[in-house]
Design a protein around this ligand. Structure first.
Ligand code: R5P
Length: 309
């Protein structure tokens, strides 16, 4: 195995430490200070010359600061002649802006991809992009890790669920592929809900139609992101209205914006499981919400890059 170094930005240090532990490598020293006016000033304090360097940074809230930190760390590292530099991005913020939803808006996910390339990262490792097509926004190789197996293993640990009494739910048409894949892993049927988004009222959506048979069953909603919690809360309400016995939610990225925790607590959802791609910003996690670690998947992805170099 070639010599490599791991650095962490400030967005998800706990996850970076877990990854480092699994790889038996301490996190590299970096000073992430700020000038008096708020400008970020990263200072890499390791010899990166001819080494494979990984920078672990989730592009979560405050995403603009975390993106800036990732790009400036990249620029600092590349100036000291590493062999190669890989951005490990457990959660890619702006990924939901993957197309121009209406004239006059940017394709932000593409802009973020360009930022990463401009700072001379040569590869990207990321998890469950909102849309697989975002990989195409990068000119550099992207290892796109899926958390679906991890979520499926967690679901399989729950007692009493079977193909007869449970159904996997996609809360919107965009998530059908994800739900179909999870249903395949669990050998369960799949049902799709139709959600309409309001472009002029951000972060609101409504669940309308349930396309499939759910009555008396346990509904397993799978989603990539829980942001305001509106999608899963409204989906759960619609599902309970038509006689679903319980609603379990499994998602990769716990964005948990605004009053999401309150929305989840008050909802008719029975259980929510997310991964730790995004660091929790509060200790006040409702009892129905729990987290599983994505660290081993990212450590494996890093190890594969190192082993082929
Ligand atoms: C939408 O396309 C995504 O897959 C999620 O369903 C959405 O981002 C969740 O957002 P919120 O929790 O705000 O409803």
């Amino acid at each position: 195995m070639k010599d490599f170094l791991l650095f962490s930005g400030s967005s998800n240090k706990l996850l970076a430490q877990e990854i480092a532990k699994l790889l038996n490598k301490p996190l590299g020293k970096v000073d992430l200070t700020r000038f008096a006016d708020g400008e970020i000033r990263p200072w890499i304090q390791e010899d990166v010359r001819r080494k494979i360097v990984f920078v672990i940074q989730s592009l979560s809230h405050p995403m603009d600061e975390h993106i800036m930190e990732l790009t400036l760390m990249g620029d600092a590292i590349r100036r000291s002649a590493p062999e190669t530099m890989v951005a490990v991005i457990p959660y890619m913020g702006y990924a939901r802006q993957d197309k121009q939803h209406r004239t006059g808006e940017p394709v932000s996910a593409r802009v973020i991809a360009k930022f990463i390339e401009i700072s001379k990262y040569k590869e990207v490792i990321t998890v469950d992009l909102h849309n697989d097509a975002i990989v195409g926004f990068f000119q550099i190789p992207v290892t796109h890790v899926s958390a679906l197996q991890l979520l499926a293993s967690e679901i399989k640990k729950l007692p009493g669920l079977s193909d007869k009494n449970s159904v996997v739910i996609s809360p919107d048409v965009g998530g059908v592929k994800r739900a179909r894949n999870l249903a395949y892993l669990l050998d369960m049927p799949m049902v799709v809900m139709e959600k309409k988004r309001h472009l002029d009222r951000f972060d609101t959506g409504e669940s309308f139609q349930i396309i499939g048979d759910v009555k008396g069953k346990t509904a397993i909603i799978v989603d990539d992101i829980i942001s305001t919690g509106g999608t899963i809360a409204q989906s759960a309400a619609s599902l309970k209205d038509v006689g679903v016995s319980s609603v379990l939610v499994f998602a990769t990225h716990a964005v948990l914006a605004g009053k999401a925790l309150d929305t989840i607590s008050r909802s008719s959802i029975d259980k929510v499981v997310c991964t730790n791609t995004i660091a929790s910003r509060t200790q006040a996690i409702p009892p129905k919400l729990s987290f599983i670690s994505i660290a081993s998947l990212l450590a494996d992805a890093i190890a594969s890059v190192v082993s082929v170099k």
